[in-house]
Design a protein around this ligand. Structure first.
Ligand code: TEU
Ligand code: CA
Length: 555
């Protein structure tokens, strides 16, 4: 991996909720341009934009109707070019979301494809005949609920959609599909875009023969990823994409790989394979799954989080380090404490994740400790997934209150509320009513406040990122877990031949005693503490305050 990629720090901007520049309640490209310095000053140098392309927005833009057109609600192509050049002037790179496991059903390819079996696009999607009784080819369910197959009378066939029925899956086995995708990629790369985050990329290669999936817990449908996660030709296609496109540009390729084990992930990212630079793994996002999967009423155990993150650190030479994104609840609400210790735990979570080996990813709002939204009525939620899940939970006899609580804990809307810029109405996000409500705590939690306070979460992120940037050992150094039997503290070291740092993080709301790793005893220097004031040198024991995180150097 070359130097700039190693030093990349990625800020994910959920565009429609980042900054509205023209008062229509929707975040836009111009708004992003206004805030480039904000992102740069934080210490990020790459911005990943969630999809900004033409889309009917059934899944907030992850359903694309035209890959080469900007959705007018975000601005124009000229605005985008301006964003690109302004960002480049400031030394910031721009990464786009490439959503090519599926398109929107409004894409011209699909509109043609569904007409009949004889047109140019008829084989662009995954079509299968009905069973003899006319029912769907298999029992596969979609990620958002219901069957993954939808019937089209014109073809007397079903098409596959792992996600919403308005998101038909592309047929990557068709070389023309792959070619068209490569052309789209080159269109943006030739314009100067610096890389892609590739949505659901582990699903692109489908099994040649679809089979029924085993049904768990009297569910009606089989798991959506059955047979499609890491399908038969996935690596052949990614190597081809690398050869045909990526290798010709100096760009970054980040794959989103749900339902991929660490062993399988190696195949995507080990440099000699010439596929991608890194992947987003999901294992650590499953630490609080339960009987109803993600939407269960379960709280994570720190040791599970630690085991999962460490096993990925040990398996891959480079990781994408993240705790939250636009699909996940707010990290301080999920893994920290969004009440009394919001500030403390938000800082600690940043240390624990961003200093592991790999690329740090910061999702907008994390840097000021934004929290989950707690809605009181299901109608207040926007996300289609939340509604489908709520109905499913209710159908299983779960009470309204319990179902709402389960959805509130995990809904993707938690991450999608508008960015809280200041204490003015609508949190300074927009002058009008935003497309989605602002978290009512915006007067307490906002950027303006954090920028003023030297002890804020924002300023602490700056410190962490500076530390990473100024210490080669944090870029290249080997990751080692210190101990795996401590229930309160997640500690790891980063080391090269001569240098060694220890990152020590408490996950509990009380003071704990921590015995330093032997090689740090009596010889350590404090580099960073989330409490800021911890100047005393520790001999062999450290008393960590609630959710305290520290970085020490071996002397
Ligand atoms: O998510 C892929 C994915 O696997 C989903 O299961 C995701 O984890 C889910 O939303 C969690 O409940 C990507 C995008 O990040 C997501 O926003 C899209 O909805 C999805 O692909 C379809 O494009
Ligand atoms: Ca706008």
């Amino acid at each position: 991996m070359n130097d700039w990629k190693k030093k990349a720090v990625v800020y994910e901007a959920y565009v429609q909720s980042f900054k509205d520049s023209n008062g229509d309640g929707i975040g836009d490209i111009q708004g992003l341009i206004e805030k480039l310095d904000y992102i740069k000053n934080l210490g990020a140098n790459v911005i990943w934009l969630t999809p900004i392309f033409k889309s009917p927005l059934v899944d907030n833009g992850y359903d694309i109707a035209d890959y080469q057109a900007i959705n007018p609600i975000y601005g124009t192509m000229d605005d985008f070019k301006k964003l690109l050049s302004k960002a480049h002037e400031k030394g910031l790179r721009i990464v786009l979301d490439l959503v090519v496991n599926h398109t929107s059903d409004q894409h011209k390819w699909f509109k043609e494809s569904q007409k009949n079996k004889e047109n140019k696009y008829s084989d662009y999607y995954i079509w299968r005949d009905p069973k003899e009784d006319g029912s769907a080819p298999t029992n596969l369910g979609s990620a958002f609920g219901g069957s993954a197959w939808t019937y089209v009378p014109e073809r007397n066939q079903y098409y596959l959609h792992l996600f919403a029925k308005q998101q038909p899956d592309l047929n990557w086995d068709n070389p023309e599909v792959r070619n068209d995708i490569y052309k789209i990629m080159m269109f943006w790369l030739d314009m100067g875009v610096d890389g892609f985050r590739m949505d659901s990329i582990s699903f692109i290669s489908k099994p040649s023969k679809f089979e029924d999936a085993p049904l768990e817990d009297n569910k009606e449908y089989g798991a959506y990823y059955y047979g499609s996660a890491n399908g038969p030709h996935i690596h052949q296609y990614l190597q081809e994409m690398n050869r045909e496109v990526l290798s010709k540009y100096d760009v970054i390729a980040i794959g989103e790989t749900p339902h991929t084990s660490a062993k399988e992930a190696r195949l995507f990212v080990e440099p000699e394979r010439h596929e991608l630079d890194m992947v987003f793994q999901f294992e650590h996002m499953h630490v609080d799954y339960g009987k109803y999967g993600r939407y269960s009423d379960v709280t994570f155990k720190m040791s599970d989080l630690r085991n999962s993150m460490s096993s990925w650190q040990n398996s891959l030479s480079w990781n994408s380090n993240y705790l939250g994104n636009h699909d996940q609840p707010r990290i301080v609400s999920r893994f920290g404490n969004d009440n009394k210790y919001r500030k403390e735990s938000a800082k600690m979570l940043a240390i624990v994740s961003l200093l592991q080996k790999g690329t740090p990813f910061i999702f907008q709002g994390e840097e000021i400790g934004m929290t989950n939204l707690h809605i009181k009525k299901i109608d207040e939620l926007k996300d289609l997934e939340a509604h489908n899940i709520y109905n499913f939970l209710r159908s299983k006899g779960i009470s309204e209150d319990d179902a709402l609580n389960m959805v509130n804990r995990k809904t993707r809307d938690n991450a999608r509320t508008p960015m809280q810029w200041d204490e003015s109405e609508q949190g300074g996000f927009s002058s009008e009513t935003p497309w989605m409500e602002v978290n009512p705590n915006y007067k307490e939690i906002n950027v303006k406040k954090d920028l003023k306070d030297p002890d804020s979460i924002y300023h602490f992120y700056q410190k962490i990122l500076k530390l990473r940037n100024n210490n080669q050992v944090l870029l290249d150094g080997k990751y080692e877990l210190v101990s795996s039997d401590d229930s309160a503290v997640f500690a790891y070291t980063r080391s090269t031949g001569k240098e060694k740092l220890a990152v020590i993080c408490s996950f509990v709301p009380y003071k704990v005693k921590y015995n330093l790793p032997t090689d740090f005893v009596n010889r350590n220097e404090l580099l960073l503490s989330s409490y800021g004031d911890n100047k005393a040198k520790a001999s062999n024991v450290m008393y960590l305050r609630p959710y305290e995180g520290v970085v020490i150097r071996r002397e």
